[in-house]
Design a protein around this ligand. Structure first.
Ligand SMILES: Cc1cc2nc3c(=O)[nH]c(=O)nc-3n(C[C@H](O)[C@H](O)[C@H](O)COP(=O)(O)OP(=O)(O)OC[C@H]3O[C@@H](n4cnc5c(N)ncnc54)[C@H](O)[C@@H]3O)c2cc1C
Length: 726
């Protein structure tokens, strides 16, 4: 298999790295037009400084980048940013961003009420969101419309607009909410309104400790050290070609023809990782690529300068500031790099990173680099009031560099991906034009592409012991389609009944000692029979003493058929003990394994999961669950690739607990009121708390998981039965 990857930025290089490792027999070529690797990522090192002239850090919660950093052995060089107050500069005044706000949205009352940034009217208007309903309709909307609806004009103008437009470098009136920050829509819909949703999220972050850490991560060697590591550790079957611009790419006779200044070559598969504009040269004549070719891109310039600390009459507060749109200056923000990333700068210096490029202002495109430096210096001097001149100054002008996800972006991307999947087999479109503009987004797309290709080309792979949900629905494949997808195939094993009873102790105590002994004897004989079958592995069972008011004793029966299950239940009901057992809850289902790795049903690992011998671990936690099916978040309307990738990250959490938790999934579609039952077992109950808590932060649970009541208990044996009824 011969593959070309166009673009040698972080996305293209990580795709090449993962692909080279996954397919050692493939012949992979990375074609990069410039004479260096890394695309927008560029670090300059000089005289004790580490200066990022492109992106300066990444959002640490997006783990794809951290995973790659760790894999390449750079984990020790990871650093989080120093946290500190950030400021808003508005019409000549520097005001702190109210504490507890997340990208300007208030999540705590007091710091917001005390803030001098907003008028009382503005605060009141934002606070009224508590009484607002979700933004009407299910269509995509602009970021601007959504936040104005919830929080009012003042908060949007003074906080949200300067903070958010910095990330996309764009006009919030045109940017798509669902394409950029769909999580706000989800929070709003889940909690009734935005502020409540954000408060709940902030509460969770605080509980998890996430709120106390810096949100961004860097590498002590600079971001380009990741690029260097990728190039150095690139698998042998990947060949790297700089100064190789792709002048044309087309698809005919099941091959991709790629033309560069060095000649024309043919490939079986093609991966494109370039910015949108490059598509002007690809698949000419195919008008389905037109939206992509004409995708708006914003420009910005970054001017970086170093000054001696002595140039400032008083120390700089915080780590930087953003500037409101109505403030008269072409600047949009300034980061104090020496405060945010102290390791990058000699101690006696202050390094400022000044941003220019307001959405409707053409300064970046019309000014030369020298003019941009002069302008940035005079404007920032005016704001920060320092004396003297910078010891050095760098400028990077990024013209038309940031794709704008305008309203309707998601649909346009889905349409294009459908088209590509149908007409261009083996073509992958990844990178900033599609699913996120940050570095981790590109790496994630690269990783997921290779995982999908691995699945597509895989024959038979043994199942491993991920959590249930990994198997549920995880059938990734190449490409991205929307609409209803093929149902993931499942294998079914033993039928299952979780039956939870409370014990009428009053009635029990009213019986004589002889009566009690007799009742217990017949009960124990029943258990004895179950135990014999369990030992013979013709069925299985377990009993638990339940904590709390939800019940006292829970049985878990696994039987070969529904009739067998009926028999066991009936036998129990006919026992004298049953007159003191009060049914509290039950859950009928069947052990389920999703065949996402195409293993045959008779594979030993599959068999072990379908017909388990329930382990006698000390503690059990059971809960029913389902997947969200509302208009904006419908698990069953997602394409396989999205489901597959979410499940994989979910599964990675499950894998972490493999040694301490045994997990069983039973499917209950058409059998009970929920879709699945999850039974966890461990000798250490704290592990339940940890895994459930950790999984809540995982997208598949956070967005799509609906959970029923949790029941927890400890294993019961014969002695335990005696104790319970003593
Ligand atoms: C000003 C700015 C600040 C940013 N700050 C951050 C930040 O702090 N954190 C963050 O996570 N992200 C940030 N980003 C986004 C980040 O830079 C990108 O997500 C990331 O660099 C994209 O990597 P990529 O490989 O997808 O694309 P690129 O880095 O754009 O790489 C694409 C490559 O394709 C090559 N190419 C183009 N056309 C052709 C062709 N015809 N033939 C061959 N090669 C071609 C280009 O030369 C380039 O090397 C920022 C972006 C900008 C513009």
């Amino acid at each position: 298999m011969k593959v070309a990857i166009i673009g040698g930025g972080l996305t293209g290089l990580s795709a090449a790295y993962y692909m080279g490792k996954a397919f050692p027999n493939w012949d992979i070529h990375v074609l990069e037009s410039s004479n260096r690797w890394g695309g927008k990522v560029q670090t300059k090192r000089r005289d004790g400084y580490v200066v990022e002239v492109g992106p300066d850090s990444y959002l640490a919660r997006k783990t794809s980048m951290t995973d790659l950093v760790q894999e390449l052995g750079l984990g020790d060089t990871l650093v989080r940013n120093a946290t500190g107050e950030s400021y808003i500069y508005h019409q000549g005044q520097m005001k702190p961003i109210p504490g507890g706000s997340i990208i300007g949205i208030p999540t705590e009352f007091l710091p917001f009420a005390m803030s001098s940034l907003l008028s009382w009217f503005g605060k009141l208007r934002a606070g009224l969101d508590i009484f607002k309903k979700p933004y009407p309709g299910n269509e995509d909307m602009s970021i601007d419309a959504f936040f104005r609806y919830h929080l009012g004009d003042e908060l949007v103008n003074l906080l949200i607009e300067p903070l958010l437009s910095g990330i996309y470098g764009g006009d919030l009136k045109r940017l798509s909410l669902l394409g950029t920050f769909p999580e706000f829509r989800q929070l709003e819909q889940k909690h009734g309104n935005l502020v409540k949703g954000m408060m709940a999220m902030q509460g969770m972050r605080k509980q998890s400790g996430a709120a106390t850490e810096g949100q961004f991560a860097q590498l002590t060697g600079g971001l380009e050290s990741l690029v260097d590591a990728l190039v150095e550790q690139m698998p042998k079957n990947v060949s790297l070609h700089t100064s190789t611009e792709v002048l044309e790419a087309s698809y005919t006779d099941k091959l991709y023809t790629v033309q560069t200044q060095n000649g024309t070559d043919s490939y079986d598969r093609l991966v494109i990782t370039t910015p949108p504009k490059a598509y002007e040269k690809f698949f000419l004549g195919d008008e389905k690529f037109e939206d992509l070719r004409h995708m708006e891109q914003s420009s910005c310039a970054i001017v970086i300068m170093s000054l001696p600390k002595s140039a400032f009459t008083k120390p700089l507060q915080g780590t930087g500031f953003v500037i409101t749109r109505s403030t008269e200056t072409p600047l949009t923000a300034c980061t104090y790099i020496s405060s945010k990333w102290p390791q990058t700068t000699p101690q006696d210096k202050v390094v400022l990173r000044v941003f220019l490029g307001k959405p409707t202002d053409s300064t970046v495109d019309t000014h030369s680099e020298e003019e941009l430096c002069e302008l940035a210096l005079s404007e920032i001097r005016n704001i920060l009031k320092f004396t003297g001149n910078p010891e050095w100054i760098e400028v990077v002008r990024l013209q038309k560099s940031m794709p704008q996800y305008e309203v309707g972006h998601k649909e346009r991307v889905a349409t294009l991906m459908d088209h590509a999947q149908e007409h261009y087999p083996g073509l992958a479109l990844i990178g900033t034009p599609f699913k996120g503009v940050g570095m981790p987004d590109g790496i994630k797309q690269a990783y997921e592409l290779v995982e999908a290709w691995k699945e597509e080309t895989k024959e038979v792979v043994p199942m491993d012991t991920h959590t249930e949900s990994v198997h549920a629905g995880a059938t990734p494949m190449h490409g991205h389609t929307t609409g209803l997808e093929k149902v993931p195939e499942t294998y079914e094993g033993w039928f299952s009944l979780h039956a939870n009873y409370s014990i009428n102790f009053e009635k029990w105590r009213s019986w004589s000692a002889e009566q009690q002994i007799e009742v217990l004897q017949s009960f124990k004989a029943f258990i004895g029979n179950l135990e014999t079958a369990h030992e013979a592995h013709t069925s299985s069972y377990a009993m638990y003493q339940i904590n709390g008011h939800k019940g006292d004793i829970m049985f878990w029966f696994l039987q070969p058929s529904l009739q067998d299950l009926n028999e066991v239940e009936l036998t129990l009901k006919k026992l004298p003990i049953f007159s003191v057992l009060q049914p509290e809850s039950s859950f009928v289902s069947v052990i389920e394994v999703s065949n996402y790795v195409k293993s045959p049903k008779d594979h030993p690992k599959v068999q072990a999961r379908l017909y388990p011998k329930i382990p006698r671990l000390a503690c059990m936690c059971f809960y029913p669950m389902a997947k969200q099916r509302n208009l904006t978040d419908n698990w069953y309307m997602l394409d396989r690739q999205s489901r597959g990738s979410m499940m994989r990250s979910h599964g990675q959490i499950g894998k972490k607990y493999e040694d301490t938790i045994k997990e069983f999934t039973t499917g209950a579609f058409g059998m009970d009121d929920w879709e699945w039952g999850i039974t966890l077992m461990s000798d250490d109950p704290i592990q339940f708390k940890k895994i459930v808590n950790e999984m809540r932060f995982d997208e598949v649970s956070a967005r799509f998981g609906i959970f029923g009541p949790f029941t927890i208990g400890t294993i019961l044996d014969m002695d335990g039965i005696d104790h319970l009824f003593s």
